[in-house]
Design a protein around this ligand. Structure first.
Ligand code: FAD
Length: 296
């Protein structure tokens, strides 16, 4: 972990980028600019999130298909079980299959009414394990799932949480992508516990750049990610200084990735928040360079 600062980072990594479906033309423009910036890094895939209760069903579909067909990046569609019958979820999956999309990020999702207790739709899939089973009936999708180094808030304990992850792999998942975290040690411990529990599949750290400390604090509260003591101090006084904030944010994320790399991580999934520069800069620091012929 005390590897020399940024030496020995050979770019021998695989990356993926996550986007959310844009609500306005302006947001779509930002997204497409970001896709164009990140494309030369030849990501393994780019994924698009699915809004609460299926609220972005069409927009997610449109962006996923566009990313694959127009940008030429293998695309993955996030899909949840929330507020939908099995038939409705299957129909969404079938539409993806027919559109040439072969990769689904299969999730249970969170209650769309903001409540803290998840109640499955009476005719729906109860959780990600059931959803994976349904997806496999629709087509032989590549399936990514969520993993929680700091335990999912609904889990009774670490063992139950790992058992659920193992069940997702047993049901047919190819890889897990973690919830964001800020302590590399927490990822390593999780990876080791997963291995000890018999999970041999890929667990990819999910990297969240801190665009707004207040927003990350809010999200962390909901998903159980610990915010290190030092972080608030680092962002103190930067509310009106977006450029300084961006530099601080890049430094934190790059240092996290450097330590993960030193500890053996070779796959990274970036929660881009539809902004490319930060993810691009971190990939660059990890030694990645554009791979397209026309990008040198
Ligand atoms: P599951 O793995 O099904 O279960 C989560 C927890 O519920 C388990 O740990 C377990 O405690 C409990 N549980 C499940 N089944 C049972 C059972 N049979 N008995 C008892 N307990 C059970 N949300 C969105 O709405 N849209 C997105 O696009 C989206 N993308 C995401 C991408 C990633 C990489 C990650 C990490 C999360 C994403 N989320 C998204 C958030 C996710 O939907 C929530 O974290 C949700 O609360 C859990 O989803 P899951 O698939 O992990 O659930």
């Amino acid at each position: 972990l005390d590897a020399p600062l940024f030496s020995g980072l050979a770019g021998d990594i695989d990356v993926s980028f996550e986007f959310f479906p844009p609500k306005t033309d302006k947001m779509a423009e930002t997204l497409w600019h970001s896709v164009g910036t990140l494309k030369p890094l030849k990501p393994r895939f780019a994924s698009v999130t699915y809004g609460a209760g299926g609220s972005t069903r069409e927009r997610t579909h449109d962006q996923v298909v566009r990313i694959q067909n127009e940008a030429g990046i293998p695309a993955a569609a996030h899909l949840t079980c929330v507020d939908a019958t099995r038939e409705e979820v299957d129909a969404v999956a079938r539409h993806y299959w027919e559109s040439g999309i072969r990769h689904i990020v299969a999730l249970r999702g969170d209650p769309s009414d903001g409540s803290t207790t998840y109640t499955p739709h009476p005719g729906g899939y109860a959780n990600a394990v059931e959803l994976i089973g349904g997806l496999k009936q629709v087509g032989d999708f590549e399936i990514s799932v969520a993993a929680y180094p700091e335990i999912h808030p609904d889990s009774a304990d670490r063992d139950a949480d790992l058992a659920n992850l193992k069940a997702k792999f047993d049901a047919g998942a190819t890889r897990a992508i973690t919830q964001f975290f800020f302590d590399p040690q927490c990822f390593f411990e999780f990876r080791d516990r997963a291995a000890a529990a018999g999970i041999e599949d890929e667990i990819v750290p999910g990297i969240m750049p801190v665009m707004s400390f207040a927003a990350v604090e809010r999200m962390s509260g909901l998903c159980g990610t610990a915010i290190p003591d030092w972080m608030e101090g680092l962002f103190e006084g930067l509310d009106d200084r977006p450029e300084a904030r961006q530099l601080v944010s890049a430094t934190i994320a790059a240092e996290l990735c450097r330590r993960l790399y030193a500890g053996g991580a070779r796959q990274f999934h970036f929660y881009t928040l539809n902004r490319a520069e930060l993810s691009y800069a971190i990939c660059h620091m990890l030694g990645m360079r554009p791979k397209d012929a026309d990008h040198g």
